[in-house]
Design a protein around this ligand. Sequence first.
Ligand SMILES: Cc1ncc(COP(=O)(O)O)c(C=O)c1O
Length: 399
Amino acid sequence: MNLSELQQLDSQHAFQNYGTRLPYAFIKGQGARLWDSNGAQYLDFLGGIAVVVLGHNHPKVTEAITRQASQILHTSNFFYIEPQVKLAAKLAELSDGMRAVFCNSGAEANEAAIKIARRYAYERGETERVEIVTLEKSFHGRTLGALAATGQPKYQEGFGPLPEGFKHVPLGDIEALRAAVSNKTALVMFETILGESGVLTLSREYIEAARQICDDNGALLAIDEVQCGCGRTGKFFAHEWYGVRPDMIPMAKGLANGVPIGAVLAREEVALALTPGSHGTTFGGNFLASAAALATLEAIEEEGLMENATRVGDYFQSRLRDWGATIGAREIRGMGLMIGVELDSPNARKLMLKSLENGLVFNAVGDTILRFLPPLIISNADVDEAMDKLQKSWAQIEK
Ligand SMILES: Cc1ncc(COP(=O)(O)O)c(C=O)c1O
């Protein structure tokens, strides 16, 4: 099918919640490259929104999926599932002994974290401890609970009434957090780097203070690693940079390099609050997704991709800084290969569209922010190529 046939069929039959999509339909990927049906090649600096950590068509993941599909795809969580158990063990190794429960997306992982926090309080007889505190500008997903946690009214409009007991506090304001947390707080949850609102980074001071405030009030702390986890910032979990240990870690996106999976990791005592029968899912942690995730985690380690994310991320940031100085960019921020550029003019979308025409894929957040989430395999040469395309695109839109 060509692009206009696809557009026609989509506009007739699919929900239009994604509006008119960008006029591209990629049909093949290899490493950090994508191809469309006309054979045009693109450099993928979006990575399926932080999902394709190993790059496209990674042989190890392809082999794991193929092998698994030829054996068995699904039985259900009534039974033991070998790759799921091995994945839980691998994640325990990466999280210093946390237990894992699986689901299918980031929203579901956060939804589960909210349920676990309330249930943990309930199991301890603290039935009044139900409040969830999150940040303004945060994004935690689109199921009702995750949506209530999301601190952006635009996503909530028209979907009320949302579940009760959610409070949002201004980003980075320690005193506001202290004032919001009490003996009614079950959970404080945030990302250390807020991806969807434009790669906004919390300070070490804030993250450390949040841990202390939770401890002082008997509340749990969840760090949403859905976007910033899986090695993207140069450590497996972004929060490792701060030496702060959360009670729970919701994750998804990069975990299986594109096969849908989510997980919540929790320390032993918290995990055991989900008593037998209290939570479950049909698909979560099935054979296929777990096999793909195991292969992904192995490849991240074997190929040194966390080190690469730091090394190439630093180089990319330095190139962006040099370029940013020439165009008057306000800020270059982020960590590893999670990078945002704040322009001083409302040109982000225009630049993103022009860059696509020139074969570079990234995303615009609002009018002024460029967001880059490339596969963790990229090299300095890929960065040079991306910078050439970006600079060329900027010159073209400036005319
Ligand atoms: C930090 C964060 N949490 C949760 C989600 C929701 O994940 P999903 O789209 O898989 O439901 C996202 C998605 O962008 C995210 O960035």
